[in-house]
Design a protein. Structure first.
Length: 274
């Protein structure tokens, strides 16, 4: 599933292609269940004619701000990607949503596994989406004390906590594994057991791995592409993720893989002792 860096990259790459354009038509919607709200017929009525003002991100949602107070929120889930194409492009079989734009271009939502979701939100709906997620780890206002408060008193594992979108927005398997390795923290360590020095190290590690991944335009392991259809390059810079049985880049100990809450975790048993 695309995580914060991938969704941020998608939003940044879509912005110059979409901002200022008008949605001229809903050309295709052949998997109506992807539209969570409003009802599909109402969605069709409201989306046509809207002008795109801004493209951004909240947590793992791409937010396409429209006029008249509406926001098109899209979650890519496991296999979705959003790309802009010319008027003659042929939609592949897994393209389930096509928005025709003024000027002739079209926005394709390609989602092979049909897990992606779309919401057309008014101000109240957008506020509810915002409230359902924790702070953004790259927000300059998110400090070490804020992370300490999230960890304090919680006995769940660090891995589970950092994946919980209600507590911290945008993190997933890849960047949790990478950040914990940099901070030398075991994924099974109870969150409440992290000492103040380790909280500072974890805060810095989270920001480091996210900034690096954005600089490399995300990690393309399977379906992920940016708004131009390009693969990311961050998978070439993984420190620990998907490196089971390979030597740790710090100490040479073979990297191990654990399954925590049905998610893969990669760690060094020597550098990240429990």
């Amino acid at each position: 599933m695309p995580e914060l860096p991938e969704v941020e990259t998608v939003a940044r790459s879509l912005a110059p292609q979409l901002v200022g354009r008008q949605i001229a038509a809903l050309e295709q919607l052949d998997w109506e269940r992807m539209v969570e709200t409003p009802a599909v017929e109402r969605f069709r009525e409201l989306i046509i004619g809207r002008q795109i003002r801004r493209v951004g991100r909240r947590a793992k949602w791409v937010l396409i701000e429209l006029d008249a107070g509406w926001t098109l929120a899209i979650h890519l889930r496991m296999s979705g990607h959003l790309t802009v194409h010319g008027p003659d492009a042929i939609a592949r079989r897994h393209v389930h949503l096509v928005l025709q734009l003024s000027g002739g271009e079209r926005l394709f939502f390609d989602d092979e596994r049909k897990f992606g979701r779309v919401r057309l939100l008014d101000a109240a709906g957008l506020a509810a989406l915002d409230a359902a997620h924790g702070p953004e780890p790259l927000d300059e206002r998110f400090g070490v004390t804020d992370l300490a408060n999230i960890l304090s008193g919680r006995r769940i594992t660090l891995k589970q906590l950092l994946l919980d979108q209600r507590l911290l927005a945008g993190m997933g398997n890849i960047y949790v594994s990478e950040a914990l390795w940099i901070a030398r923290l075991h994924p099974l360590l109870p969150a409440c057991a992290v000492n103040p020095q380790e909280v500072g190290a974890l805060h810095a590690a989270i920001r480091q791995v996210l900034h690096q991944a954005i600089a490399h335009e995300g990690s393309s392991l399977r379906n992920y592409r940016d708004g131009y259809g390009k693969r990311g390059q961050n998978q070439e810079h993984f420190l620990v993720y998907d490196r089971a049985n390979q030597p740790c880049q710090r100490c040479g100990t073979p990297i191990e893989r654990l399954v925590i809450a049905q998610r893969s975790s990669f760690f060094c048993p020597l550098c990240q002792r429990l």
